[in-house]
Design a protein around this ligand. Structure first.
Ligand code: ZN
Length: 146
């Protein structure tokens, strides 16, 4: 039997998204289309939150993107073997100036807020654990002791 020792929890790394439908904000219960989505952990989490809250340090803080491996701008010199480099530049110029896809901002939730997000996951885990335990216990006696 492979019973988990710890609950699977979402990572405290949320992206802001916009939903097609409105939902109640996790903080103030106002209706909003803004979502926070965490999809990096073993389980994913999401909830509605007004975009106003994202500027509040007591709710979350903006994550600075770690430096991505961006290749240095192609200066056209010193790359490759030099064979036939100039032959295709005329046709490929267009594709080189494609703007990079807009990256969603990432946030970490404040410890207290994140704890509230984790609680249902932990509670669900505990429920599973206890129901597993109950299955292992001997059944209750079906007859009264004499
Ligand atoms: Zn709100």
């Amino acid at each position: 039997m492979s019973s988990q020792k710890r609950p699977a929890l979402p990572a405290n790394r949320y992206k802001s998204r916009t939903a097609a439908k409105q939902g109640a904000c996790f903080i103030c219960a106002n209706f909003t289309c803004s979502l926070f989505v965490s999809d990096q952990g073993p389980v994913s989490d999401w909830f509605y939150v007004c975009s106003d809250h994202t500027t509040s340090p007591s709710f979350c803080s903006l994550l600075q993107d770690p430096p991505v491996d961006v290749p240095p701008p192609d200066t056209g010199t010193g790359t490759g073997t030099g064979k036939g480099v100039n032959a295709s530049t005329a046709t490929e110029d267009k594709s080189k100036s494609v703007p990079s896809e807009q990256v969603a901002k990432k946030y970490t939730l404040h410890r207290d807020v994140f704890y509230l997000r984790l609680r249902p996951f932990i509670q669900q885990f505990e429920k599973q654990q206890s129901s597993r335990l109950v299955q292992r216990l001997p059944g209750a006696p079906t007859h009264l002791p004499k």
